[in-house]
Write a protein that binds this ligand. Structure first.
Ligand code: ADP
Ligand code: MG
Length: 311
């Protein structure tokens, strides 16, 4: 099979077609139409084998996750995803692997009506880069720099599950069958919070997606907004599966510092968030710089690790 056959078989016809794509895969570049009064929101994320996912990860999960992590960035901006490009580097031409990888990618692309409008295919160590483009009404996108003292801090979903899932995938812990299945799916198939992000456009003063751990990512909001915060440790949303699998202190540690959850953390003036499901209040923005973790008994809690850093 030639490179062109490969592209058309796995990455062309099956993907959602959108009327705003004027020229898709096949030419030197793609052409798309941007609606009036909208801004483009662009993000890119790379998954490197053995760095971002264990080598044992199923190809369909790699495809799903490669798009999910990009959609999560779009969600954190409050935008709606529309187009993506895919740079795929793989060590060999393996039809079964390509079929399964593209099936996983396709599943999430279909759910969100994202078109695959181009890419690049090369030989080398397994690496997947997706560039995603979203649309947002002019000057409404959520950013990291708008948090104000007095704002409440919220997170979506539950935290720490993917961190435990990574330990499961690396065979560092043994869990019940149900907890294993749940935490692995949280690691391999994170849910980008797109609908919530879009609802936050009129409500949130800042937002970020949690890819490197709550402490690290909330830290970015605090730095960009030039504020501090106190976090109510007892309020952190923890899943039953996490709580049944590890001691409470370990669950808290994972929730604060493990990456890969891809939940949203956002700030908003008090009480406006009642309209939004599956969000938990976790603390307050304060004028004093720095992050203070406090428990019900007001003990100061200091997490052992910070977020994941490549360098
Ligand atoms: P060029 O040599 O002009 O850069 P290529 O031969 O790399 O073009 O690719 C031919 C066409 O196939 C282009 O439209 C490109 O966007 C698309 N393409 C290549 N690889 C992929 C991929 N993995 N996924 C989606 N589209 C791809
Ligand atoms: Mg060209």
């Amino acid at each position: 099979m030639s490179e062109f056959d490969l592209i058309s078989r796995y990455f062309s016809t099956k993907f959602p077609q959108r009327s705003d794509v004027d020229l898709s895969i096949g030419d030197d570049a793609a052409i798309c139409t941007v609606p009036p009064n909208m801004q483009l929101v662009t993000a890119i994320d790379t998954l490197v084998a053995d760095v971002h996912f264990p080598l044992t990860t199923k190809p369909e999960d790699i495809g799903y996750k490669a798009l999910a992590v990009n959609l999560s960035d779009i969600a954190a901006m409050g935008a709606t995803p529309v187009w993506m490009t895919l740079a795929l580097t793989c060590p060999e031409f393996n039809e079964i692997w390509l079929q399964r990888f593209s099936d996983g990618l396709l599943e999430l692309a279909r759910l969100n009506q994202v078109s695959l409008i181009g890419g690049d295919t090369t030989r080398g160590p397994l690496t997947i880069t997706i560039q995603i483009t979203g649309l947002v009404p002019l000057n409404t996108a959520l950013k990291r720099n708008g948090a104000n003292p007095g704002d409440s801090i919220y997170v979506t979903g539950t935290l720490g599950d993917a961190g435990l899932g990574l330990q499961v995938a690396k065979q560092q812990v043994v869990l019940s069958t149900l907890a294993k299945k749940y935490t692995l799916s949280r690691l391999n198939r994170p849910t980008p919070r797109l609908q919530i992000g879009q609802k936050l456009l009129k409500i949130a003063t800042s937002a970020i997606d949690i890819s490197d751990g709550l402490v690290a990512d909330l830290g970015h909001i605090l730095n960009f907004s030039n504020v501090g915060a106190s976090l109510q440790i007892d309020n952190l949303p923890l899943s039953d599966e996490l709580l049944e699998s590890v001691p409470y202190e370990t669950a808290i540690e994972l929730a604060l510092t493990a990456g890969d959850d891809y939940e949203l953390c956002f700030t908003t003036p008090e009480s406006e968030v009642l309209f939004i499901d599956s969000c938990t209040y976790i603390g307050k923005i304060e004028p004093d710089l720095g992050l203070r973790c406090v428990t019900k008994t007001s003990d100061i809690f200091i997490p052992k690790a910070n977020g994941y850093q490549h360098f």
